[in-house]
Design a binder for this molecule. Structure first.
Ligand code: GAP
Length: 461
């Protein structure tokens, strides 16, 4: 990966993909706001995910459950007891760091790789001491022992503090699917095997800084719980088919270079105790290969936990055998913000030959598909003609309008936004009704009659 995270963050701010959260007040750690281009890009990604995994499949349904949920949900899921990261504090500068990131980062810098998931607090503290790992902020060697910090955000519902009910902002969208399992099977005609997909915000009290939208306290997930009967469905085959579907979405639908992807199998220590198999699909971000999309076989753990804690019957009645069962699930879970970051990193091209930065976004993802420019803004006839072209194209595509500055600068501005085509209305347009169409990647220009412009662009896209 040649692009740096700084390049991406600077382009994102310059062109309006994303900005630091609460920016005018000095920022709020690990929060980011999506700007006009980022909002468009993210929406396109979300629409493609929903269309691919829900709309186009007869075995899938969607859900949109509440972000705030009862504390009982998170007690049952195990998040209250064990959804925690190990943290260490620096005794010199008082900054707080995740112990796993600190240790893994230390070894990564030395050219070796270790995974510390599953290690106890004492083992983590020992590793830090034995390897003389320093505070990443001030370089100090005096770090506290590793301690456990829960990642859930508590909220208090009610006006009076004494009577307020404790609830939590959801730490994953998945639990809303499990708690609604009975509602879904009772209110729809779904039959096993089937999946429920949901997309929305999740919240985790993350403290690791400096990874932009990769790791934030508020982020968006696209999660699927695919329910099946292990008696008549081969889970290994189902697992492989989901892994293939995830990869296909990333390479074929989003246009990501497959060389920047790899899969990583979780070993027994790293895998959650209830999971029979977990694989991460990783992308080569500017800070190395990191998890983009997780795939886990969660067995019947979650439904059984909710049966135990709620006392409700969440089993499924198999209509063919008239027997009840608690289905098992395979869960593909992706972070939408991590997809946005991957898409930007993969598309970033420093075109040194033409002294420009280009976002080679797939036209399906580009916030604007085409830009329309009047060559000059002080010639009413040219501007009027260009407005006409804009209006015609706007009925089919997302079109940008720009009449400021010289034409070269306007092209470069659109290149950084990832706009695949720019159409210029000039003096020749007034004579023969043709416009130029400029290609973002090759910078080549063609002259096309206005009447065939829409069809021409549709063909290219
Ligand atoms: N229900 C399973 C689950 O939530 P996870 O691996 O913790 O599993 C799923 O999260 C995906 O959500 C990850 O693969 C990642 O893409 C995204 N994700 C997790 N934590 C995140 C964070 N703090 N910021 C942005 N994305 C995050």
């Amino acid at each position: 990966m040649t692009v740096s995270l700084n390049d991406i963050v600077s382009l994102a701010k310059r062109r309006g993909f994303f900005y630091p959260g609460s920016d005018i007040y000095g920022g709020l750690a690990n929060t980011w706001d999506y700007g006009p281009l980022g909002a468009e890009l993210k929406k396109k990604i979300k629409d493609l995910w929903w269309e691919t995994f829900i709309t186009r499949r007869s075995d899938m349904v969607g859900l949109d459950s509440a972000v705030i949920s009862s504390s009982k949900v998170w007690e049952a899921s195990g998040h209250v007891a064990s959804f925690a990261d190990a943290m260490v504090d620096c005794k010199t500068c008082h900054s707080r760091t995740r112990a796993d990131h600190l240790i893994e980062g230390h070894f990564e810098k030395k050219g070796s790789e270790i995974k510390v998931e599953g290690k106890s607090m004492a083992e983590l503290s020992q590793l830090i001491k034995d390897n003389k790992i320093k505070c990443p902020t001030c370089g100090g060697l005096e770090l506290t022992d590793a301690r456990s910090f829960n990642l859930l955000f508590p909220v208090h519902l009610g006006i009076l503090a004494e009577t307020a009910d404790l609830a939590y902002l959801r730490g994953e969208t998945a639990q809303g699917i499990f708690t609604n399992f009975k509602n879904i099977t009772d209110s729809t005609r779904v039959r096993l095997p089937f999946g429920v997909g949901q997309m929305g915000k999740s919240f985790r009290n993350e403290i690791t800084k400096g990874q932009a939208i990769f790791r934030t306290v508020e982020f968006e997930q696209g999660e699927i719980e695919y329910f099946f009967n292990p008696e008549n469905t081969n889970w290994e085959e189902l697992f492989e088919s989901w892994l293939t579907a995830m990869k296909k979405f990333v390479t074929d639908t989003l246009g990501i270079n497959s060389e920047n992807l790899r899969t990583r199998e979780h070993d027994d220590k790293e895998r959650s105790f209830y999971s029979k198999r977990t694989v991460d699909l990783e992308y080569n971000y500017p800070f190395g290969f990191k998890e983009l999309w997780g795939l886990a076989y969660r067995t019947d753990y979650d439904l059984n936990q909710h049966i135990k804690f709620s006392g409700k019957d969440l089993s499924y009645l198999d209509p063919s055998s008239n027997t009840k069962l608690v289905p098992h699930v395979i869960e593909p879970a992706v972070g939408i913000d991590r997809i946005v970051l991957m898409v930007l990193c993969d598309a970033y091209w420093n075109d040194t030959e033409n002294n420009r930065v280009v976002l080679k976004l797939s036209p399906k993802l580009a916030p604007y598909t085409v830009a329309v420019f009047p060559l000059v803004k002080n010639n009413e006839t040219v501007v009027e003609k260009a407005r006409g072209v804009f209006d015609t194209l706007a009925s089919k595509f997302r079109v940008a309008w720009d009449d400021r500055g010289n034409i070269g600068k306007r092209y470069y501005y659109q290149d950084e936004m990832g706009t695949p085509y720019c159409v210029t209305v000039d003096y020749q347009t007034l004579e023969d009704g043709t416009v130029t169409v400029r290609d973002r990647d090759t910078t080549e220009q063609l002259r096309i009659p206005i009447e065939s412009l829409s069809a021409h662009l549709e063909k290219l896209l």
